[in-house]
Design a protein around this ligand. Sequence first.
Ligand SMILES: [Zn+2]
Length: 281
Amino acid sequence: VPELPEVQTIVNDLQKIVGDEITGFFSNWTKALKNTDIKKLNSRIRGKKIISIERIGKNILMGLSGKIFLLIHLRMTGKLLAVERETRNVERKNNKHLHHVFYLRTTNHELRTLEFHDIRKFATITFVDVKNLEDLKSKIGADPLDNSLTLANFTGAILKKPQKKIKEILMDQELISGIGNIYASEILFNANISPIRKAKSLGRIEIKSLFRNTKKVLNKAIKMRGTSISDYRDARGKKGQFQNHLKVYKRHGQKCKKCDTIIRKSIIGQRSTFYCPKCQK
Ligand SMILES: [Zn+2]
């Protein structure tokens, strides 16, 4: 499942299509379209220019001319591929996981395509106008990589749900955005904090360490272009490399890289959690 580093990598790769004009849009899985239908969406976005592509939490926000936006959530298996030519109809038909296609024209009048593949078909494309953009942003929690996020804000976010376990807090998109199961496990290992601790039990120094390690782990993962454990690929179709640097995630039964204790797996909030019982207190 793409988390902050994977989505950021895709967003970085997609900067090259900023400035392109959308010449058409195709979809054979219109259930993915929210707040619009295929006919309306086509008439709304055809001829529009892509003004910006940014990340909000685990979402991709595509800003178009005319102050309209498309919010893309990749969910389980969504994949965006920027292809340097026009994807032909026959290729589209032969690729059963290719469900949406944005046809593009570059400023040099060359044709290219943004292909949206999705095996499980949970990904969504939401039409957003400038009026509901702020409303939407207000429902997404603080971004851990936002430079304006202070330790005080971070502490405030964590302590909003004091009874909840810290692992669940880190993954709560309304409190802190972008972190999922992989990075929550890795951040807590790096901060030496047990995933089952309640938020209110954390001391000031522990929260500071959590704050620092959240940024550190996410930044390192972006540098490695994300984690490709299942089917994540970047916008060029290539794997990330952070799976080679994981310390606890899916390493249960193996030795801790710091202390040789066997890494354990348990279930927290219906999600598998991986931790070192000795390093994490
Ligand atoms: Zn250990």
